[in-house]
Design a protein around this ligand. Structure first.
Ligand SMILES: Nc1ncnc2c1ncn2[C@@H]1O[C@H](COP(=O)(O)OP(=O)(O)OP(=O)(O)O)[C@@H](O)[C@H]1O
Ligand SMILES: [Mg+2]
Length: 286
């Protein structure tokens, strides 16, 4: 069932010469995880701004086409209700931190306060989310004195605490080390298990291959590939369109060219391992 729908979207920022989004249509279903990929400047963050309702209300510019969320055109949503439905984790954690709160606790509580949540509930939600995101040790610290990675986690916690139905997450791991990255993906996985609809911009294509149900590949404002993750990433012509593919997908193609194809095309390490072990055991049987 269509939950979010972009219909023939074209958009030009004020003062820009060219359109940043060009005739984009896509239907998002409830409970799925969508990976938004593509080179720098392609328009990924602009799509996030659009779904969050910031275009054109905040950014201005010229928008044509429609965006429907739960059947209602985005411009018809009351901004407060939309804010509680769509949580947005910005690409730059330095922009996300409010700058007006003196502790991480207050920073995480801010969104809940704005939603009018009761004090006791705020305390329990903030404590719960801090535990889940492993930032309990930061709770009394000043958010303005945190590192980029720590800010990214706090920004994430503030949105998770709001328990929105839709999460728009723009490069959540750009400031994180491998451990922080896997922690964040654990949370994203947990949100998906809870039935949340997730739009995730991420450059780490191996993680997208592992977690996304569907992919939107965008380059220079155009949707150059879309749909089922495996089908999209198994298409070698994606490279010609400026979109990176997982090394494992390239290995699968190499195996095909060597006339030793995997039974099932692999795009993740685990899938490749399974296929290689299978080939091995077949050899032993012979
Ligand atoms: N506020 C703005 N005003 C004018 N042009 C903008 C604005 N924000 C972004 N752009 C332009 O729109 C295009 C798409 O930018 P966007 O930030 O959506 O790309 P992106 O795919 O998120 O890139 P990145 O991977 O670097 O984050 C770029 O050419 C950018 O310069
Ligand atoms: Mg961006």
């Amino acid at each position: 069932m269509s939950y979010i729908e972009m219909k023939d979207i074209s958009y030009k920022y004020p003062l820009a010469h060219d359109e940043t989004l060009k005739n984009i249509s896509y239907t998002f279903e409830k409970g799925k995880l969508y990976g938004i990929i593509g080179p720098n400047g392609g328009g990924k963050t602009t799509i996030c701004n659009l779904i969050k309702g910031l275009i054109p209300s905040f950014y201005g510019g010229e928008l044509t086409g429609e965006v429907y969320i739960d059947g209602k055109e985005i411009r018809e949503w009351d901004s407060g209700t939309l804010a509680s439905l769509v949580g947005y984790i910005f690409q730059n954690p330095f922009t996300q931190i409010s700058g007006i709160k003196e502790t991480v606790f207050e920073e995480i509580a801010l969104g809940l306060e704005n939603l009018g949540v009761k004090r006791e509930e705020i305390i329990s939600k903030v404590m719960d989310v801090s535990k889940r995101l492993k930032i309990e040790h930061l709770i009394t610290k000043n958010p303005n004195r945190l590192s980029g990675g720590q800010r990214q986690r706090v920004a994430f916690a503030a949105i998770v605490a709001m328990d929105c139905d839709i999460f728009v997450i723009d490069e959540p791991t750009s400031q994180l080390d491998p451990k922080g990255t896997s922690d964040v993906f654990e949370i994203i996985h947990m949100l998906k298990e809870q039935g949340k609809t997730i739009l995730l911009v991420e450059h780490k294509i191996d993680l997208i291959a592992e977690y996304a149900d569907e992919i939107l590949a965008i380059n220079q404002g155009e949707l150059v590939a879309k749909g089922n993750t495996k089908r999209v990433l198994a298409d070698e012509s994606l490279l010609m369109k400026g979109i990176g593919v997982p090394q494992i997908a390239l290995l699968s193609h190499d195996m095909q060219r060597a006339n030793k194809p995997f039974d099932r095309f692999a795009i993740t390490k685990d899938e490749a391992k399974e296929q290689i072990l299978k080939k091995d055991s077949e050899k032993i049987c012979l």
